[in-house]
Design a protein around this ligand. Sequence first.
Ligand SMILES: CC(C)(COP(=O)(O)OP(=O)(O)OC[C@H]1O[C@@H](n2cnc3c(N)ncnc32)[C@H](O)[C@@H]1OP(=O)(O)O)[C@@H](O)C(=O)NCCC(=O)NCCS
Length: 176
Amino acid sequence: MRENVMPVSVAYAYMHAGAEHISQICDIENLSFTEPWSYDSIEREFTDSLARYFVAIFHVDDADHTGPDKINGSARVDAWRVAGYCGYWSIAGEAHITNIAVHPEHRGRGVGAGLINAMLNDIASQKHMSATLEVRVDNDAAIRLYERFGFERAGKRKNYYDHGKKDALIMWKMLI
Ligand SMILES: CC(C)(COP(=O)(O)OP(=O)(O)OC[C@H]1O[C@@H](n2cnc3c(N)ncnc32)[C@H](O)[C@@H]1OP(=O)(O)O)[C@@H](O)C(=O)NCCC(=O)NCCS
């Protein structure tokens, strides 16, 4: 997989995710995690009324794609692509963040921050009292991203990731 070959001028938009985004979300999931959620699990999230998902999208013309998805003969197949996604479950006034991942080609460009920002705005607008998440203890990029948005370390879950080999850090952010 190529890394960081996107032009710097790519502009991203943030929106609620829909069923049409599932296969691209699944691709990013597979590129991002050693224990990725399956297509079926991701699809189920979209039928769960407590789950809310968001995507960062970009226009292929901005990205100057040379891959097969830009133009197929004279017909454009899909002009908008997913660069990253995130989501949460709304449970009894708390927002449980389930996941965030950015396609490797789009990392380090503020997409993760844009997604968290869009999600936290939604979490606040839905009157949640707090937001929480688990993150692998050695995932420095994600921990720094969460801390930048005011999440604080609140404990650990032992042997949570990598088939029981890695602990999870539990983080919370109070919203009221
Ligand atoms: C974590 C992740 C979502 C960040 O997405 P991103 O689009 O690269 O993040 P951004 O460009 O918005 O960076 C936001 C902040 O994250 C932190 N960050 C991003 N990449 C980092 C890295 N390689 N090392 C350390 N911190 C990093 C920084 O604090 C950065 O802020 P700064 O630019 O002011 O220093 C991305 O690395 C990813 O998809 N990782 C794989 C999936 C994953 O681990 N998800 C978390 C599950 S809990």
